[in-house]
Unconditional design. Structure first.
Length: 57
């Protein structure tokens, strides 16, 4: 899988929350956590879209 690096700016307090979750939930890195969070968000959006399309049948 080809990956592309992106840059992201977050408030310090928000990043502190991310770091706490990374540590408590056993993620290897911030990157792993953020990838997982984005993947979940994308899948939820796809599911909502599919349900919307089905409801219009």
């Amino acid at each position: 899988m080809v990956t592309e690096m992106i840059s992201l700016k977050l408030e310090d307090s928000f990043l502190d929350n991310v770091d706490e979750i990374v540590k408590k939930e056993g993620y290897q890195s911030r990157t792993e956590f953020i990838r997982n969070a984005l993947r979940e968000k994308v899948e939820a959006a796809k599911l909502r879209q599919a349900m919307l399309e089905i409801s219009h049948l």
